[in-house]
Design a protein around this ligand. Structure first.
Ligand SMILES: [Zn+2]
Length: 81
């Protein structure tokens, strides 16, 4: 039984790509956490809290999109898929 490890899982992947992935993942987490709070607490929290968290969620969504665009651009420019 041959152990075909044809796929290279390089430990030394592009640092910039790793950094951008981290930023993307944190932004995504922030966004999903905010949406989860809105979902779980809607009807319980005050309108002011709701609007603050919704504003936070919108900001996080913007960051998520920005981070994804940066990552996409880096992957294309650097070719480090
Ligand atoms: Zn790269």
């Amino acid at each position: 039984m041959a152990s075909a490890t044809g796929v290279t899982t390089t430990a030394s992947q592009c640092e910039e790509k790793a950094r951008l992935l981290r930023v993307y993942s944190f932004a995504t987490l922030d966004y999903s956490r905010a949406v989860m709070v809105l979902h779980e607490r809607s009807g319980i929290m005050s309108r002011q809290n709701y609007e603050e968290i919704r504003a936070f969620a919108e900001k996080a969504r913007g960051l998520t999109e920005h981070a994804r665009a940066e990552l996409d651009r880096h992957l294309i420019e650097h070719g480090c898929f």
